[in-house]
Design a protein around this ligand. Sequence first.
Ligand SMILES: Nc1ncnc2c1ncn2[C@@H]1O[C@H](COP(=O)(O)OP(=O)(O)OP(=O)(O)O)[C@@H](O)[C@H]1O
Ligand SMILES: [Mg+2]
Length: 141
Amino acid sequence: MYRMISKSTDDTEKIGEQIANKLCGNEVIALFGGLGMGKTAFTRGLCRGLDVNDGVSSPTFALVNEYHGKYNIYHFDMYRVTTWDDLYSTGFFDYIDNGILVIEWSENIEGALPENAIRINISKGNNDDERIFEIEGVDIQ
Ligand SMILES: Nc1ncnc2c1ncn2[C@@H]1O[C@H](COP(=O)(O)OP(=O)(O)OP(=O)(O)O)[C@@H](O)[C@H]1O
Ligand SMILES: [Mg+2]
């Protein structure tokens, strides 16, 4: 498990970029952490690291946003997903293994996450702009 401290949105984006460099195109990246922790900021950095040119924004209403860069990236927001039926209707199971899945609010679909998912928990640090990243399932040395 890696622990990293972010002191700004920019730092958080850079953590995303750093992880992007370790991906091979079929990973599931499960993000945990409450409102405003920086899940979308992290995803923006990750996409930048994969040469995505489109803007990255929270897929709260669409449930899934699709980006194309070095790989296909499917950016989910599971905030409103509470049943298996909901989850099926997002297309989650069809996307697995066909691109990189980045999942905000993974808390809501914990039981559906593959065993080899990269798990990232974001929590508040000592001040408003500080975030603690705990990263499992990827070697970022
Ligand atoms: N170190 C930090 N990293 C990321 N965001 C930060 C940091 N410090 C402050 N912020 C602020 O926190 C907010 C993070 O917003 P963001 O949309 O990325 O969070 P989120 O986890 O996706 O939220 P939501 O649960 O609503 O989807 C932004 O307003 C950003 O300016
Ligand atoms: Mg978000």
